[in-house]
Design a protein around this ligand. Sequence first.
Ligand code: FES
Length: 232
Amino acid sequence: MNGVTIEVDGTGVEVPEESSLLTAVRAAGIELPALCSDDRLSPAGSCRTCLVRAEGRVAAACVTPASPGMRVDTASDEVVRLRRDAVEVIVSALPPRSLADGGPGELAHVCRSMGIGPEAAQGVGGRGGDESHPYVHLDRDLCIACGRCVRMCSEVQGTFALTLVGRGGDTVVAPGTGGPWAESDCVACGGCVDTCPTGAITQPGPARGLTSAFHPSQARTRTTCGYCGVGC
Ligand code: FES
């Protein structure tokens, strides 16, 4: 393996060439929020929750390549505040129930780690949901438009069933066909449920919320068949 060695908060860490700073930071054992990122997907760099200071400038770690000798700061008051601000902006648009009782998803985990409580969630909701599909339900009020589900559906599953619609704070995931989920091209692979960081997309029934309860770094693929590229 050709590696790249960089310094993260004063400690050297080696990662494969073309790794992102996010990969390097995590390899150094440092937890960094990354709400629009999933190791299985191309980076989007849209949520700004993974900000660090690298070589004198503030950068989104998920879309910044690690280059030899780079020095990265994840812990200064400045970048900690910037990441917290980014998370608070996202949370402020969600209804309080998004963080009630701790919440099972990655966003709730990030908020707990930052000491951000349900009082930060001040959205009024009212965008409704889509429970037309027997295996995939959508709660639009919990969607943060991170796009992970869209990329999972296209890049991993190859189905291209999902898209983002709307503008600004009204942006939300939707079936690309425009109608209800049940009439979309969704093949119910569960990839969108698995990557959703907020519980906006869930699997109904006894397993509801289970797959979105874990951070992607904890995900384990056991089998992958020709029908569905996500793995079970
Ligand atoms: Fe880096 Fe969203 S995870 S910008």
